[in-house]
Design a protein around this ligand. Structure first.
Ligand code: AMP
Length: 125
């Protein structure tokens, strides 16, 4: 079920639990501001999720409330993971679903990083 992106942050969500180490994840990168791990149901040969460590529901919430250092740290982490995974030369796709129309299901901001093959049209037609 897609979430309401205007809701308050709920720290029982699955990514909050991954951040607290309560449930496992196949981690690929971590720094002060961000954590990256493999999506449990990959939709491309490379499908990694990058999340900020702070409590933000969505891109909207993050861009409105996060301090500049957290925003810079998160954006740099996404770029770092893409470079580290060797995705820059072949190319890759970033996606941040937000709220109902975006189809967001987990209410903790995450950027999907897809790669490893040609990814086709931007949206299903
Ligand atoms: P979204 O629709 O943008 O909210 O996407 C949520 C993503 O989280 C989906 O691609 C799920 O496969 C992924 N996901 C859900 N639970 C886990 C988990 N425990 N570990 C890794 N990825 C997960």
């Amino acid at each position: 079920m897609p979430i309401d992106a205007t809701q308050a942050y709920d720290d029982t969500n699955i990514f909050a639990r991954i951040l607290r180490g309560e449930i496992p994840a196949r981690r690929v990168y971590e720094d002060d501001h961000a954590l990256a791990f493999h999506d449990i149901h990959p939709q491309a040969p490379v499908h990694i999720l990058v999340i900020p460590k702070g409590p933000y529901v969505s891109w909207d919430d993050f861009s409105a409330r996060a301090p500049a250092a957290e925003i810079a740290g998160f954006v740099r982490a996404v770029g770092h993971v893409a470079r580290e995974q060797g995705l820059v030369a072949p190319g890759y796709r970033l996606l941040a679903n937000t709220g109902g129309h975006g189809g967001q299901e987990v209410p903790h901001l995450h950027v999907h990083l897809f790669g490893g093959r040609g990814l086709g049209p931007m949206l299903a037609r």
